[in-house]
Every structure is written in structure tokens, then in C-alpha cells.
Design a binder for this molecule. Structure first.
Ligand SMILES: Nc1ncnc2c1ncn2[C@@H]1O[C@H](COP(=O)(O)OP(=O)(O)OP(=O)(O)O)[C@@H](O)[C@H]1O
Ligand SMILES: [Mg+2]
Length: 374
């Protein structure tokens, strides 16, 4: 167990878990690279914990395979899989000291007391709790307790570290601090990390890649900027960041391109969208535009050759500091425009102002209307 741990490579192949008639995980296939930090992001009930529990061995897959470093782990007991686990609630043993808690996995593995001591010492150093070995958990802050849980998960140098909402119980400041700590720890250990969260900020800031789960399946797997800038479905666009959605219909133009006519818009406004190839002419469409991609202009700017504006009335202005969110009522629906302070230095808008709402065609993504699972 000495020397630096090397990250494990994980392959999930058609992984499925049914509880009676509930399909919690539905045929997930996914490769996680050695040393990668993969976040699994999804709403409550998406199947994140179920997926993790199959990896650790606490749950048995209904079908499909899990391979760690090329080895099928189906018949391997949890403690033989070389996986460190951190749960949302630290689950420390209250009657044991910090050192005893951290040493627990080593005792499970039958390590001698002498050997244990140096491993515990090293793990506590990694989480910066050197002086706390003799304390009991109830004499520690929430963040310190979570660090003990982390130390316990890494003490046996696992190739794979699984974390299920590990920062969920901490306050915002501590959470942000722990994000940095966990990233640093991962770099030092070289471990592969699978990190479950329903906090998109956590996923986007920490992960190399993010798997967005919904209803038992992975809706999109990609880098944080892939997800944010090129969401593959209306669900992802909605769940990761904020998106204005407009309904409409796809039309095939004389030039052979598919464009969109939005409900409530002037019918001659045939708008270009990204993703147009995925739309079927004549069928319903949802068009998503991020609030920060929307600009507001004086109403006389309504006629714009490339992308026609929509006229509307400002109904709310929410000051956010560096930005201000403007809610605008328009014939295509209410929408939000997030304007930067820099932008607002030129023109300030007030409730009741008439505005021309504008966005770049490249900032609008079209999705088939029936696509959204929720
Ligand atoms: N032991 C079980 N028996 C029956 N159904 C279960 C069991 N465990 C989970 N489920 C169901 O499987 C689905 C996925 O649950 P899971 O706990 O994996 O979701 P999750 O993504 O971790 O959600 P959360 O963010 O709330 O923790 C849910 O519909 C849940 O009710
Ligand atoms: Mg869960």
C-alpha cells in the first residue's frame, strides 16, 4: 500500500438497476479515465446514489457490468474493490477518536498497529488535521468532521474515490473552501474521483467532465464548457445555468435551411438557431437562449436584418451587483436579460420602458419540443 496511488480506470457497460418496477438506473455506459475528476450532476431521484452504490458494491446491478482497471468487479466484496467513499453525512464513529476513525479501514484490512500509525498520520496531514488525532468527532466543526471523513476515505490509498454530496451539510463558505481542498487532495493522490452533486457550480468548477443524469440515464457527458455552451437537450440547458425557453415550429426555408418561427412572433421572422439539423420541419420546437446572451436596445432598433428583435416592456429589474436581471414581457413570452454593469453604464432601463429584445443567432439553440423528459 506504499507509494502514490495511481488512479483507476472505470468502465460502466449497460449498467441497470431496477427496484421492482422502478428503473433507477437505465443502461448507463460510461468510461472514466485514470486520474479523471468526473462529476455526476442531476436532480433528486435521478439515480446518482444508486449508480454510486453499484460501484462500491453496496447494491448489485440488475444487469450490466462494472470494470475497474479492466477487471469485472461484480463478484468482488465492497472492501476488495479499492474504493474510498465519502457520504453526504460524514458517518463518523462517535465513540472513536479521529485517529481511530481514520484507521478504521486499515483495521478492516488487518494492518498492523505500527503500519497503521504512519498511514493515519499521513492522511491527517493531507487533510490538514495533524493536531486532531486524539479528539472525538463531537468536538470538531462540520468542516473538520468532513475532513476526517475524507482522511478515512483516502487512508488506504484507493485508486478510486467516490463522493456522494460530500459538502451538502456544510455552509456556503466552508463548501467553497472544501472544493479547493478536495481538488488539491485529488491532485496529490492522483486518484480517479467520481463526485455526485446536485449543485451545478460544484460540478462546473471541480470536474474535468460532467455527466448530467436525469431519470436513470446520462443526458449529456462533456466538459463543463461543453455543457454550458452546447447543452445537448432542453433538460441540460435548463438544469445547468439559466435558460429562457420559447416555443415555436420548425420550418424548411427555400434555401434548404431549417429555421424557427416562434409562437407569438411575426410569422415572417424566421429565426436561425444552433442545432437546426436536429429539428424536423413542421414539428414543435423549444428554443433556449441564456439570459446573458440577451441584449436590450431602444425600440427603434427592432428591425435588424440578421436576427429580428422582439418588442417588449420591462416588467422587473433585479439588481445583482455586477449584473442586473431584467424581466421583459414580450409576445413570445416573458424572458430574462442579464445585463452587465458595464453595459448598464450606457443605458439604464426602468420598469415600464419599451425595449427591442435581441440575441445573436449563435446564442439560440433549438430542441425538438417532445425532447424534455421531465
Ligand atoms: N432501495 C430502494 N428501493 C426502491 N426504490 C429505490 C431505492 N433506492 C432508490 N430508489 C428509487 O430510485 C430512484 C433513484 O434514486 P437515487 O437515490 O439513486 O437518486 P439520487 O439521484 O441519488 O437522488 P438525491 O439527489 O435525492 O440523492 C428514485 O426514484 C428512488 O425512489
Ligand atoms: Mg442521492
Amino acid at each position: 500500500m506504499d507509494g502514490a496511488a495511481t488512479g483507476g480506470e472505470v468502465e460502466l457497460d449497460g449498467l441497470t438497476k431496477k427496484y421492482g418496477t422502478v428503473e433507477a438506473v437505465r443502461g448507463i455506459s460510461l468510461n472514466i479515465r485514470r486520474g479523471e475528476f468526473l462529476a455526476i450532476l442531476g436532480p433528486s431521484g435521478a439515480g446518482k446514489t444508486t449508480l454510486l452504490n453499484m460501484l462500491t458494491g453496496f447494491e448489485k446491478p440488475t444487469s450490466g457490468a462494472i470494470r475497474i482497471n479492466g477487471r469485472d468487479v461484480a463478484r468482488l466484496a465492497p472492501h476488495k474493490r479499492g474504493i474510498g467513499v465519502v457520504f453526504q453525512h460524514y458517518a463518523l464513529f462517535k465513540h472513536m477518536t479521529v485517529a481511530q476513525n481514520v484507521g478504521f479501514p486499515l483495521r478492516m484490512r488487518g494492518m498492523s498497529m505500527r503500519e497503521q500509525r504512519s498511514h493515519i498520520q499521513h492522511a491527517l496531514e493531507l487533510v490538514k488535521l495533524e493536531g486532531f488525532a486524539a479528539r472525538f468527532p463531537d468536538r470538531l466543526s462540520g468542516g473538520q468532521q468532513q475532513r476526517v471523513a475524507l482522511a478515512r476515505a483516502i487512508v488506504f490509498r484507493p485508486a478510486l474515490l467516490l463522493m456522494d454530496e460530500p459538502l451538502g451539510a456544510l455552509d456556503k463558505r466552508l463548501r467553497e473552501h472544501m472544493r479547493v481542498e478536495i481538488k488539491r487532495l485529488q491532485r496529490n493522490l492522483g486518484a480517479t474521483v467520481i463526485y455526485v452533486t446536485h449543485d451545478q457550480n460544484e460540478a462546473l468548477t471541480m470536474a474535468d467532465r460532467v455527466a448530467v443524469m436525469n431519470d436513470g440515464v446520462v443526458e449529456q457527458l462533456g466538459t463543463p464548457d461543453d455543457l454550458y455552451e452546447r447543452p445537448a437537450s432542453a433538460f441540460v440547458a435548463d438544469f445547468v445555468g439559466e435558460t429562457n425557453f420559447f416555443t415555436g415550429r420548425a420550418v424548411l426555408d427555400a434555401d434548404g435551411r431549417i429555421r424557427v418561427v416562434l409562437d407569438g412572433d411575426r410569422p415572417e421572422h424566421r429565426r436561425e438557431v444552433e442545432n437546426a439539423a436536429s429539428l424536423r420541419p413542421g414539428s414543435g420546437v423549444e428554443v433556449g437562449v441564456r439570459p446573458e446572451e440577451v441584449s436590450l436596445l431602444p425600440p427603434e432598433h427592432a428591425e435588424h436584418d440578421q436576427a429580428p428583435a422582439v418588442l417588449g416592456t420591462v416588467s422587473d429589474v433585479l439588481y445583482e451587483g455586477a449584473t442586473a436581471l431584467h424581466v421583459v414581457e414580450t409576445p413570445i413570452g416573458d424572458l430574462s436579460a442579464r445585463l452587465s454593469l458595464k453595459n448598464l453604464r450606457e443605458t439604464r432601463w426602468a420598469v415600464g420602458d419599451r425595449v427591442a429584445v435581441h440575441w445573436d443567432a449563435r446564442a439560440a439553440r433549438g430542441y425538438p419540443a417532445a425532447d424534455r423528459a421531465s
